[in-house]
Design a protein around this ligand. Structure first.
Ligand SMILES: C[S@@+](CC[C@H](N)C(=O)[O-])C[C@H]1O[C@@H](n2cnc3c(N)ncnc32)[C@H](O)[C@@H]1O
Length: 325
């Protein structure tokens, strides 16, 4: 998966004159802070150079994860097309770009972001390319959500791991109040990210939400540690990304986990593939999360006819109904 062309070109323009050693150092600092899930009262992207490092090394991956999560929720509710978006912890506008790529008729968006440096870059990138009416707000997701208006789609991507561990329940409660239709929360696909998403999922189900994706049910999650539910997207690394990270491989696999919950139930809830399929001649073994709330491996062979043909085409994150996630 790649960034939309206008976003990629905008990012290239911003990074054009940045000296490589400076970008490399900023990328290292940013990566160290993320890896440590450091919460020292400072925003990871308070400085201009940290924002540039994010654009070079993280934006393509978070974009791919968000876009894949939106694809999954759209597949679960094919008639859904939000006109309004509220995104909190918006960063450089990642969710906005993914949303307008999928639903070009989006009319308005409100983006809340604490870092002035990130907001400035996000505004510059979007101003040149977007037709939707966009408002960028300065604010803290843990305290500044009182005056916001509900939106059809409410989102929060890669943010819960940056706020105090006690803050998510209150934030999720407020985000759900602000959700006219569907709420999407995305986190890194680590065991800790999955635990945060599990807690959000439980809270939303208790509040009456219907889970659209990835789970085909509202029952307790059947996956248990040391296993954890997550998905992955392969992301092409730009030349600058490779140089900034001293990386040889021209791609990376971004692992992510998400929950999409709605006021409207999905019309159908097919089983979802929870791991890379294992295939051999005339057979494929799929780890599936099932609509009855169970999860486990199912073997499909030629004897299953059309079902085998469908199963053979599936990838990690897809549903047995044939749609991707
Ligand atoms: C990892 S970035 C994710 C950005 C974007 N959502 C994405 O998926 O690419 C986290 C963003 O949340 C912002 N953030 C962190 N804590 C925040 C808070 N308390 N209030 C508002 N924004 C916050 C950071 O400044 C950063 O831009």
């Amino acid at each position: 998966m790649e960034l939309p062309a206008p976003l990629r070109q905008g990012v290239e323009r911003i990074l054009e004159k940045v000296p490589l050693p400076v970008l490399k150092q900023a990328a290292k600092t940013l990566s160290d802070r993320y890896r440590a899930e450091l919460r020292d009262g400072r925003l990871h992207m308070a400085e201009d150079m940290a924002v540039k490092a994010y654009l070079a090394t993280r934006l393509p991956a978070t974009y791919a994860a968000v876009r894949a999560s939106l694809d999954a929720l759209s597949a679960a509710r094919p008639d859904y097309a939000p006109k309004s978006l509220l995104d909190v912890g918006a960063g450089p506008g990642t969710v906005l770009w993914a949303t307008t790529d999928l639903w070009p008729d989006l009319e308005q968006a409100v983006l809340l972001e604490a870092s002035a440096a990130v907001r400035k870059v996000g505004e510059t990138l979007a101003a040149e390319a977007m037709t939707a009416k966009i408002a960028w707000l300065a604010g803290d997701v843990t305290i500044d959500l009182a005056d916001l208006k509900p939106a059809d789609l409410v989102t929060c991507a890669y943010v819960l791991d940056e706020i105090p561990p006690a803050s998510p329940p209150k934030l999720v409660d407020r985000l759900w109040q602000l959700t006219a239709d569907t709420l999407l929360i995305v986190e890194p696909g680590t065991p800790a990210g999955w635990q945060r998403i599990l807690a959000v999922r439980r809270q939303l189900i208790e509040a009456g939400a219907h889970v659209l994706a990835p789970c085909p049910h509202d029952a307790p999650c059947p996956v248990s540690p040391p296993d954890w539910c997550h998905f992955a997207r392969r992301v092409a690394r730009s030349r600058l990304h490779r140089l900034a990270k001293d990386a040889d491989v021209p791609w990376e696999d971004e692992k992510f986990i998400y929950v999409a919950a709605s006021r409207e139930a999905a019309p159908s809830r097919p089983a979802r593939v929870l791991a890379p399929p294992k295939s051999g001649s005339g057979k494929v073994l799929l780890k599936l999360c099932e609509p009855d709330g169970s999860a486990g491996e199912t073997l499909f062979t030629k004897r299953d006819g059309d079902l085998f043909k469908a199963a053979r085409r599936l990838d990690w994150g897809d549903t047995l109904g044939g749609t991707s996630g």
